[in-house]
Ligand binder design. Structure first.
Ligand code: AMP
Length: 510
């Protein structure tokens, strides 16, 4: 099934329901959204020779046109290649070349940077700037009456990993993967209704973009903030004016939203659901978020390779404060999604019992087809149908998964494994610590030493001795940092993930 069938169905079921909105302003209804997608598909097909299976890039920041163009691509049976708008033109050009895109939608700045990077004379994909060229020609073209027929295993979305180390890899997601992941949202994350507003404060090119499908299916409204990005005050204001808002937010965004709500003396009224994930949510932070904003939170754990869909910690588990293991569960990433099995394996591939720590593996219908043009990486990542996530964690008897760290971030000091997350959790309970990232730095005697990179809260002060005493009050002596480095901010990638590789390089160089 072509995922664009969901748009075609909603245009029949909810033709006059608002579909695309910028801030509180309605741009078009479902009938018009589908008409535009079908015209863009006709235009790509007849004027630009795009055939089913061709790759078409989307290199632009969030806007309602983003969704129109994406559905135009799927309607034509082509494959969308979303590229984060904050990437450098050279990085975007590399993705275009690696995936062999035939056509690219860009907007303003991204157009200039991509053209410069592609240079003259290279076999360049056709680039179309929706800002300067406008989408009118495409919208006015004769449309394809129905989405082009696609099989479950046909490629729909070629998503490049954020590449915190090395070159990004193209994760191949099929129409079937997208349907499976979207249905898991309904069963494990949240209900979706036609009067709901999906608010895109995080880049549509990443996980947040995946949540558009189930909202299209339900005939819900898609809201792109006027700022086109994440502004906590704008989100809180939109929540109040629109109501029934749901959104995805990385943990760093949740933290900023909570700070803004506190400063405004508000609790996030009108925002029904904040789905968080994509990076560690520390216990101290989620407890504060629940205190300030109430039961609006659902956690997901996933990765591009099983998009947004490995485990979920539902709203229900966020509220079971009387449960004897409430805090343990709140610190976990929840239980497997409905379409996913999770297991833990040892370094030599044995399946480990509950309570034991090892690599997290996942199997199920949302899991990718493999990596684009990279058989070797596919073979080492998917073994016997199981996706090796590269994350380390443990399951408990009830099926709750607790993530320790990415395997490459585990610190081995004096032959013992130290999980940075545990040390980070301990330090974050100190009032003076705003953010922290713990990494291992090579040491001739110990193999690696634990180093904490600390960002202090505004106006707060703390020294090594205070933080060391604080760690000793909650974690084993051998785990505590040997060194503290105070930084004004932590290096993060475009999706808000802390770049531990950069921290290690910086500390190693020193
Ligand atoms: P990406 O493929 O860029 O979405 O990154 C996926 C990685 O982010 C996972 O393999 C995890 O290491 C991390 N991650 C995703 N969700 C969570 C979560 N809820 N808690 C902690 N880490 C997470």
């Amino acid at each position: 099934m072509n995922i664009a069938e969901w748009l075609a169905a909603s245009a029949r079921l909810y033709p006059r329901s608002p579909a695309l909105m910028t801030g509180a302003v309605i741009d078009c209804d479902y009938a018009e959204f589908a008409r535009r997608a079908s015209s863009i598909a006709g235009w790509l097909t007849h004027q630009h020779g795009i055939v089913p299976g061709d790759r078409v890039a989307l290199f632009m920041s969030n806007s309602t046109s983003y969704l129109e163009c994406a559905y135009g691509i799927w309607w034509a049976g082509a494959v969308a290649v979303p590229i984060n708008a904050k990437l450098h033109g050279r990085e975007a050009a590399w993705i275009c070349e690696n995936s062999g895109v035939k056509f690219g939608f860009v907007a303003g700045d991204t157009n200039a940077s991509l053209r410069e990077a592609l240079g003259d004379g290279k076999p360049v994909a056709r680039v179309f700037d929706i800002k300067s060229d406008g989408t009118n020609a495409a919208r006015a073209a004769a449309g394809l009456p129905q989405p082009v027929s696609r099989q479950t295993d046909d490629l729909a979305w070629l998503f490049y990993t954020s590449g915190t180390t090395g070159r990004p890899k193209g994760v191949m997601l099929s129409h079937g993967n997208l349907v499976a992941a979207s249905l898991c949202y309904l069963s494990d994350v949240d209900q979706v209704h036609a009067h709901d507003h999906a608010l895109y404060a995080a880049p549509l090119s990443h996980g947040a973009g995946l949540y558009n499908f189930i909202h299209v299916r339900a005939g819900a409204r898609h809201v792109v903030p006027e700022s086109g990005a994440f502004d906590p005050d704008e989100v809180l204001t939109l929540g109040k004016s629109l109501g029934d808002v749901s959104m995805f937010a990385a943990p760093t965004m949740v933290k900023r939203l909570v700070e803004a709500a506190k400063a405004r003396g508000e609790n996030g009224d009108g925002i029904r659901t904040i789905v968080y994930g994509g990076g560690p949510m520390y216990l101290a932070d989620i407890r504060e978020a629940l205190d300030v904003m109430g039961p609006r939170f659902v956690q997901i754990y996933g990765q591009g390779e099983s998009p947004m869909t490995i485990t979920a910690l539902s709203r229900y588990w966020h509220q079971q404060t009387d449960h004897p293991r409430y805090l343990e569960r709140l610190a976990s990433v929840g239980a497997a999604h409905s379409a996913i099995e999770v297991r833990i394996t040892s370094a030599n591939g044995e399946v480990l019992p509950p309570g034991e720590t090892g690599e997290i593996e996942a199997r199920g219908t949302p899991v990718m087809l493999g990596y684009w043009n990279n058989r070797e990486a596919t073979a080492s990542t998917i073994k016997d149908g199981w996706l090796r996530t590269g994350d380390v964690g443990r399951l408990d008897e009830d099926g709750f998964l607790t993530l320790s760290d990415r395997s490459k971030d585990v610190i081995i000091s004096g032959g013992t494994n130290i999980y940075p997350r545990e040390v980070e959790e301990a330090l974050l309970t100190h009032n003076a610590v705003r953010e922290v990232s713990v990494v291992g730095v090579a040491d001739p005697e110990w193999g690696e030493n634990v180093v904490a990179c600390v960002v202090l809260a505004d106006g707060a002060s703390a020294d090594d001795r205070t933080l060391d005493a604080h760690c000793l009050s909650s974690i084993a002596r051998f785990k505590r940092p040997k060194r503290y480095v105070y930084l004004p901010s932590l290096p993060k990638n475009n999706y808000g993930k802390v770049l531990k590789t950069e921290l290690r390089q910086m500390l190693g160089a020193k």
